[in-house]
Design a binder for this molecule. Structure first.
Ligand code: AMP
Length: 273
């Protein structure tokens, strides 16, 4: 595995490769969710590039940028054992200059839910993803459905900017008790980890209600809120794939999303129906 730390090193590592590149952008502290993306990239392409970069422009002031988990040695090992060909591991100076053009999230989908809870977050995400895609130039890029709104906005950006890259959405990988894997789960103490299960429990309840024939968003949301109640809930939302709020769940075109704080840790989860 080649470790590239700058655009030049990345270019040097990639220039001899002929064939398709599958790319997995991450912020590190890799877990089995990330590994599922790497494995899909491995099996669908000739080469796999993973990036690990804790992107400062997507963190708001007061968020967890400085304490975001960093696991260099373990991450390198996971990438190596997963058959990654090139690990792109830049520092901030390799990615950003002093004064730069930024990509702005579109109004309609960028400023609701995560965009309204974390104003400016998606501008940072889209900017760094644009940079990374231009540097790696993959045939396919792999993103988790867990970050559903991010996935939708990146898909829109690639469409709007005529970028010829196939975006592969990947299912959310969970612990056996339902908790969605996240690098931020390490912040949870054992009592909080139990509380955090309320997010996946609320989503399971939504799925069960739908399976029982209840398609009313208001009723599903009410039942979910009752499960989530002790937590500091930021939003419970039921939207279609275009992220428009819907009164009735339509199978095949619905995402149910939740964001809540457990202690000081902000968690998100969702289910696609
Ligand atoms: P992050 O390192 O959190 O920025 O995530 C990097 C990629 O991994 C993103 O596309 C995420 O959506 C994806 N991801 C994060 N958690 C999971 C999970 N539990 N299952 C599948 N993909 C995930």
């Amino acid at each position: 595995m080649i470790i590239a730390r700058s655009a030049q090193e990345l270019q040097d590592a990639l220039q001899l490769k002929t064939g398709t590149i599958g790319f997995v952008p991450t912020m590190g502290a890799l877990h089995i969710g990330h590994r599922s993306l790497i494995e899909a990239a491995r099996s669908g392409n000739d080469y796999v590039v993973v990036s690990i970069f804790v992107n400062p422009t997507q963190f708001l002031p007061g968020e967890d940028l400085s304490k975001y988990p960093r696991r260099e040695e373990a991450d390198f090992k996971i990438c190596e054992l997963s058959g990654v060909d090139v690990l792109f591991y830049p520092d901030v100076n390799a990615m950003y200059g002093e004064d730069e053009v930024r990509i702005c999230a579109p109004d309609v989908r960028g400023f609701i839910l995560e965009g309204s809870s974390r104003p400016g977050h998606f501008d940072g995400v889209l900017t760094v993803v644009m940079k990374l895609l231009n540097m790696v130039r993959p045939a396919r890029v792999y993103f988790g459905k867990k970050d559903a709104q991010q996935l939708a906005l990146i898909t829109q950006m690639c469409h709007n900017f005529f970028m010829n890259i196939e975006i592969i959405p990947m299912e959310t990988v969970r612990e056996s008790d339902g908790l969605a894997l996240s690098s931020r789960n390490v912040y949870l103490n054992s009592a909080e980890r139990q509380e955090a299960l309320k997010l996946s429990a609320a989503l399971k309840c939504a799925t069960k209600m739908l399976m029982q024939g209840n398609t009313k968003s208001a009723e599903i949301k009410e039942a979910m809120e009752a499960i989530l109640e002790p937590l500091d809930v930021e939003y419970v939302a039921i939207v279609n794939r275009a992220f428009e709020s819907i009164d009735e769940v339509v199978t095949g075109n619905t995402i149910v999303l939740v964001a809540a704080r457990v202690g000081t840790t902000r968690l998100i989860d969702n289910v696609w129906m």
